[in-house]
Design a protein around this ligand. Structure first.
Ligand SMILES: Cc1ncc(COP(=O)(O)O)c(C=O)c1O
Length: 319
């Protein structure tokens, strides 16, 4: 069964060290007062590309055989994964192709191109773009980079957990958003490698709780996913990530999109940090009492990214 040790994360961290930012773990007096815990926030929106998503691809490409690197890589995503793969590939001198649906946001296409990737627009939904990516694997020999269900990718994403325990070794619990489960898989194994008693709590949208349902039924479920929060939107989590979550995650909680959006604004207003929806999910869970721990518990919420479209703020009259 796929399991990584603290040493594996230390090795991955060393492999990617030169190319990432060490993001801070910030205190939050307001969140601490409201919850009764000692809350700190891992501010990963300050990471290169604006989210943790560069960590995994950097680790994967550092381990990739030269022959595969020469042929290049492909992924399908209109979000953070695209930008993480694009910049990591450029750093490693690898050709990267990103497949997106034809209706992808112009700014996301532009950002991905700016990081040096070739963007191929195909189909109207992610599944169709993904089919195109698979076709390029067959026809051009590119290596497919999965957004979450990949062992080397999980090792890279988990370096975020390693940094948490290095910066706050006494931490009691870590609260992490879940989409396909790649981030929490890495973080859970890393923090439990440091201290198996650290609680790991995952947060999903109840408008698309693919992991929570799978954990409850004990098998991989495919759901009708209605969340509009892109980092949390999957119909089915991964085989690897499901197995890791079953073994290393203590609890998965879920709350509706609207509560997560409220928390997004709460973090922006109170903490002065720009977070995207997925990143606000751990704070939402804390504000709604879904994180049940003894008073005074030392808790880290992972603010996993800050790539949110703030266009709606334009044109407002300020006072
Ligand atoms: C900002 C952000 N947070 C959390 C997640 C969820 O990560 P995972 O799919 O590895 O569970 C994503 C996924 O895209 C994301 O972009």
């Amino acid at each position: 069964m796929f399991t990584l040790t603290l040493r594996d994360f230390q090795d991955a961290r060393a492999r990617i060290d030169a190319h990432i930012t060490r993001t801070p773990v910030l205190t939050s007096r307001q969140l601490s007062e409201l919850t009764g815990f000692d809350v700190r926030l891992k501010a990963e929106m300050f990471q290169r590309v604006g989210s943790y998503k560069i960590r995994g691809p950097l680790n994967k490409f550092a381990l990739m055989p030269e022959e595969q690197k020469r042929r290049g890589v492909v992924c399908s995503s209109a979000g953070n994964h695209a930008q993480g793969v694009a910049l990591a590939a450029r750093i490693h001198g690898i050709r990267a192709v990103v497949c997106m649906a034809e209706n992808a946001t112009r700014s996301k296409i532009a950002a991905t191109k700016a990081y040096g990737a070739e963007v191929v627009l195909h189909g109207r939904i992610w599944d169709e773009a993904n089919e195109k990516a698979k076709e390029l694997v067959r026809t051009e020999g590119l290596t497919y980079v999965h957004p979450f269900d990949d062992e080397q990718l999980i090792a890279g994403q988990g370096t975020l957990g390693l940094e948490i325990v290095q910066d706050w070794p006494e931490v009691d619990a870590v609260v992490v958003p879940i989409g396909g489960g790649g981030l929490i898989s890495g973080v859970a194994m890393a923090v439990k490698g440091h201290n198996p008693r650290i609680q790991v709590i995952g947060v999903e949208s109840s408008d698309g709780p693919a992991m929570k349902l799978s954990v409850e039924t004990g098998r991989l479920e495919t759901i009708d996913c209605r969340t509009v929060i892109d980092g949390l939107r999957v119909q089915r989590v991964g085989e690897i990530t499901f197995s890791v979550v079953q073994r290393f995650v203590d609890e998965v909680v879920a709350l509706p999109d609207r509560d997560i959006f409220d928390a997004m604004l709460w973090v922006m207003e109170r903490c002065k940090l720009v977070v995207e929806g997925a990143a606000a999910a751990p704070v939402a869970a804390m504000l709604h009492g879904l994180v049940r721990l003894p008073a005074g518990a030392r808790v880290v919420g992972v603010l996993s990214g800050g790539n949110v479209n703030l266009d709606q703020l334009r044109g407002l009259t300020w006072n």
